[in-house]
Design a protein around this ligand. Structure first.
Ligand SMILES: Cc1ncc(C[n+]2csc(CCOP(=O)(O)OP(=O)(O)O)c2C)c(N)n1
Ligand SMILES: [Mg+2]
Length: 587
């Protein structure tokens, strides 16, 4: 077999079949073994290829892009430890149900376990974290192999974006020589007769002649409940004195907003919206009762709901999770993939159904008034916001201002650990198109900057990232994507000199707390902005922060705004406010 020709050809078919399956962007990390893939993706006229130097950042960037767009951006890397660096993002994509397609180049099979350079066991490398693993056959211009290749690729995209979206891993062995042909349109011997090159020079696909799209199309239904089961939910809702709709994290609002509004109106149930649910912000907050401050006041609510309808992943807020655990009534956990995302194990019914269809169907079967429980929550919500305004602790104030002053539309990425919790507590519902994303699948503080910049790459919205100092440090490499992918962002780094979150834990009182848990580092981050040619500003003042934030959003380029806070003081103020919100506000 003519080596270079067949490798080049194989790479081109992979790139072309992926575009037919709807792929528009690929993320390429440099290396030799992946040469046929890199050359094919870089040259394909319908693919925007982004070159990323560090595979860990590359994979988080692809994760962010897929979170924002719903479409995977295939990741290409060489053999060896390169693919191990994809692993943290694969774990997050698995847990958070984000489509991802991994193409890891590999050595030919005879070099397995041979001591050959940069050769590791890549078989099923990510274990059960992927929805599908396949080792591709060695490149060959044989008809059946080409059909198999195209089938695998189109299925991979379908599986990655399926009912239970997630990563798909294709291991792609290549034998040297790896470099492209002098004439890229040349096809290797063995390509079946009559397959003339199409627009991009790759042989047309026999089974799809006269039909556009991928070699194999995936058609997928949306799960709906049988009438009897739907009636059972309707009966439970009708029998309830008090009820609640809980929307947990989901990269796309689920149910869709109109269906959620219809359900809220028809059931009379208020909506509790996690900041990552897609329902905390949006025009619907003017039409239905959307609660956002619950993290700060739920402990003061005397009654619990008889019926809860839960959408999305487990909520970020611990007070909310505790409140639901205490509720004890009937709790419907809606999950179209049939998973279980409720770790207090107090849900009583798993409803495997499409959220939007279910919400619409329930709405058309219900016609209830909002009762005293809904009125109580609405009252608490308004008292809470009135009470805390202007009293937020320094870090909470940043999250309150970031959400309140964000332009319409905007995409906001919030880091673990305190930023997401503070947005949950201090981010007031607003009728603007603010898309909020975070990495809550596995809640790592790695890859935050890269995921945010990937999300920014997938949207024309202005992008805001709020990150902690350790998370910022962890993914400084990710800042290179500002230049390499041409993404602008306003990056707010809350610098409390270590992990402020640990103040929330009992370890706070132990001698080891500072050195081994909070881990103050004393780093000056200004040179990190210099290194990547970003604007940089530092402040410890709320008014000044607001000015810097507005200025950055109104201007061009990327700016890092470092907000200096005292983690101990911030924590004390947060705790104090928590107590006074409940005791002194009339709640
Ligand atoms: C990759 C990874 N390593 C360690 C942790 C454990 N961890 C959770 S929060 C945290 C500290 C985060 O500090 P920072 O980003 O400054 O945020 P802050 O807590 O100050 O808000 C650590 C180390 C984690 N979640 N992910
Ligand atoms: Mg910190």
């Amino acid at each position: 077999m003519d080596g270079p020709k067949v490798n080049t050809f194989w790479g081109r078919i992979i790139a072309e079949e992926l575009t037919e399956a709807g792929i528009e962007t690929a993320i390429l990390a440099p290396g030799s073994r992946s040469t046929p893939l890199t050359v094919a993706f870089a040259a394909h006229p319908e693919i925007e290829a982004v070159s990323q130097l560090d595979e860990r950042s590359a994979a988080f960037f692809a994760l962010g892009y897929a979170k924002r767009t719903g479409r995977p951006a295939p990741l290409v890397c060489t053999s060896g430890t390169a693919l191990a660096n994809f692993h943290p993002a694969v774990v997050e994509a698995d847990n958070a149900r984000v489509p991802m397609v991994l193409l890891t180049a590999d050595r030919p099979p005879e070099l397995a376990d041979s001591g050959a350079n940069q050769t590791i066991d890549q078989e099923k490398f990510y274990g059960d974290a992927v929805r599908q693993y396949q080792k591709l056959p060695e490149p060959e211009a044989a008809d059946r192999k080409l059909r198999s290749l195209r089938t695998t690729l189109s299925r991979a995209v379908g599986t990655a974006g399926g009912q239970n979206p997630g990563p798909v891993h294709l291991d792609v062995p290549f034998r040297k020589p790896l470099e492209p042909n002098a004439d890229p349109n040349e096809t290797p011997p063995g390509v079946p007769d009559g397959r003339l090159p199409d627009d991009f020079g790759t042989p047309a696909r026999p089974a799809t002649e006269g039909r556009d799209g991928p070699y194999v199309s995936t058609m997928r239904g949306r799960a709906t409940l049988p009438e009897r089961d739907r009636q059972a939910i309707v009966a439970a809702v009708n029998a309830a004195d008090s009820g609640l709709i809980v929307c947990g994290p989901s990269d796309r609002p689920a149910p869709e907003r109109t269906a959620l509004s219809a359900l809220a109106r028809a059931s009379g149930f208020p909506v509790v919206a996690d900041p990552l649910s897609g329902h905390r912000f949006g025009p619907h907050v003017n039409d239905i009762s959307v609660c956002g401050g619950y993290d700060g006041y739920l402990s003061a609510i005397e009654t619990t709901p008889d019926v809860v309808v839960r959408f999305g992943a487990s909520p970020t807020s611990k007070p909310l999770r505790n409140y639901l655990a205490e509720a004890g009534g009937r709790q419907f956990l809606v999950d179209p993939a049939g998973g279980w995302r409720e770790a207090t194990f107090t849900a009583t019914d798993l409803v495997v159904a499409d959220e939007t269809r279910l919400a619409s169907a329930l709405a058309s079967a219900l016609d209830r008034e909002a009762g005293p429980y809904a009125a109580r929550l609405a009252e608490a919500e308004s008292i809470y916001w009135e009470h805390i305004e202007g009293k937020e602790p320094a870090e909470g104030a940043v999250l309150a201002d970031v959400a309140r002053l964000a332009p319409d539309p905007a995409t906001l990425f919030v880091s673990n650990s305190m930023p997401i919790r503070d947005l949950d507590r201090f981010g007031k519902p607003r009728a603007v198109a603010l898309t909020v994303l975070g990495n809550r699948g596995a809640s790592g503080i790695d890859g935050i900057t890269s995921t945010a910049l990937g999300a920014g790459y997938g949207t024309t919205d202005p992008l805001v990232l709020v990150t902690g100092d350790l998370a910022y440090y962890h993914d400084m490499n990710g800042l290179l994507a500002v230049a390499r992918a041409g993404v602008d962002a306003t990056i707010v780094c809350l610098n409390n000199d270590g992990g402020g979150i640990f103040h929330l834990l009992p370890i706070e009182d132990h001698d080891s707390f500072g050195e081994w848990f909070r881990t103050p580092h004393g780093l000056d981050f200004a040179p990190s902005a210099d290194l990547y040619d970003l604007a940089f500003a530092r402040t410890d003042n709320r008014g000044e922060f607001r000015d810097l934030y507005r200025e950055s959003l109104g201007g061009e380029g990327t700016r890092v705004i470092e907000v200096m806070t005292d983690s101990q003081r911030n924590h004390d103020e947060r705790r104090e406010l928590e107590e006074t919100a409940v005791l002194n506000s009339g709640l």
